[in-house]
Design a protein around this ligand. Structure first.
Ligand SMILES: O=C(O)CCC(=O)C(=O)O
Ligand SMILES: [Fe+2]
Length: 368
């Protein structure tokens, strides 16, 4: 990775060390230079505090008359697959009122992923982008990831010739894909996430999501009943340890949490699997071999289930919103970052935190 370290002084005269994780020369004519990835290597954050979460989808009109107004002749709503994913054209996220945002929260919970095309969202400015996110929940700051300068709530998505960190970590594997639910180790893990790409390769760099609601429903009833009584550990430790090994700064100490394996969505009441190959490590109360075998079964089920997955091709102006409580996702890094024709993929993620997960019969998340 081409990194330059710049040391500047913040208002309290404390030295602020920012590592620039890109090559400035490559981006001289780039429109979104202020969004390029950096690492604040000084600011430390305490553990996340518990908070009361109110899902906006709970107060939404289920028919969504405001979001899907009959008075909007440009509106085009398409189901991308029967089980997961809806695409919307003719509606600007930046213009939605609160009633529409509430209905959108419910739609995201129901459909897992909602893809908005032809958006002006990337050009409304960072403060408005954060304000939009905050409507759905408090914004998460990633414990180790690159971010946007002066805005740690904007998690950076970047893969170019001058920063291959994301792909290098997977270079010894047969595939670049890795399904996960973002930072699922947190006590109150993310609900709605908003991913905006500022630069999109002409082809490649799609993202795929799997419906964890459909994945749960496919299981036989004896397995569903077994899973409904179990919790699994989600750990942030391997990610933090890897970051330290790579010489990166860990701004919040890692946590591990036991979450119910079957999670009930507060707004829809639907049950979904809540395990993912990215962060779920073991099942509470099982012998090692039992836990390994059961998690392997579930990870295979999730990653192989193309009939309950959706793969989204990014376009200029696309913004995707998903619900981490009922989906898992993976980036697909299939383009050659060293070929200028295959382009640069760059964007930012705004991640909103949600409730402490609740399972079936009140099974709750716990931690030490
Ligand atoms: O780059 C992508 O397509 C997705 C990356 C990712 O996992 C995320 O933004 O949470
Ligand atoms: Fe992710």
């Amino acid at each position: 990775m081409a990194t330059t370290t710049i040391t500047k002084t913040n208002t309290e005269e404390l030295p602020l060390r920012l590592t620039v994780a890109y090559d400035e020369k490559l981006h001289e004519k780039y429109k979104y230079t202020e969004y390029l990835p950096v690492y604040d290597e000084v600011t430390k954050f305490p553990p996340l505090k518990p908070f009361e979460f109110n899902d906006r989808g709970l107060v939404a009109n289920k028919d969504k008359p405001n979001l899907f107004s009959k008075d909007n002749p440009n509106l085009k709503v398409t189901k991308l697959t029967p089980l997961i994913g809806t695409e919307i054209r003719g509606l600007q996220l930046s213009q939605l009122n609160d009633l529409q945002k509430d209905e959108l929260a419910l739609l995201i919970a129901e459909r897992g992923v909602v893809v908005f095309r032809e958006q002006d969202f990337k050009d409304i400015g960072i403060e408005k982008q954060k304000e939009f996110g905050r409507y759905f929940g408090p914004l998460h700051i990633h414990p180790v990831g690159a971010h946007v300068k002066d805005h740690l709530e904007l998690h950076n998505i970047y893969l170019g010739p001058d920063n291959e960190y994301r792909s290098k970590r997977r270079s010894n594997r047969l595939t670049s894909t890795g399904y996960h639910s973002d930072v699922s180790y947190e006590r109150q893990p993310p609900g709605i996430t908003i991913l905006t790409l500022l630069s999109v390769p002409p082809t490649g760099g799609d993202t795929a999501w799997v419906s964890q609601t459909a994945a749960y429903q496919r299981l036989s009833s004896p397995i569903r009943a077994l899973l409904e009584g179990l919790r699994a550990e989600h750990s942030g430790f391997p990610q933090a340890e890897q970051a330290r090994r790579d010489g990166k700064f860990v701004r919040r100490e890692p946590v591990a949490t036991l979450h119910p394996i079957v999670r009930v969505h507060p707004a829809t009441g639907q049950k979904a699997l809540f395990v993912n190959p990215g962060f779920t490590k073991r099942i509470e109360g099982l012998k090692d071999e039992e836990s390994d075998a059961l998690l392997r079964l579930l990870f295979d089920h999730i990653t192989k289930g193309q009939d309950f997955q959706v793969r989204v091709k990014w376009e200029e102006g696309t913004v995707v919103l998903w619900d981490n409580r009922v989906t898992a996702h993976t980036a697909i890094s299939d383009y050659d970052v060293h070929n200028p024709q295959e382009g640069l993929r760059h964007g930012f993620r705004i991640t909103t935190l949600a409730e402490r997960p609740r399972g079936v019969n009140g099974l709750e998340s716990i931690w030490e």
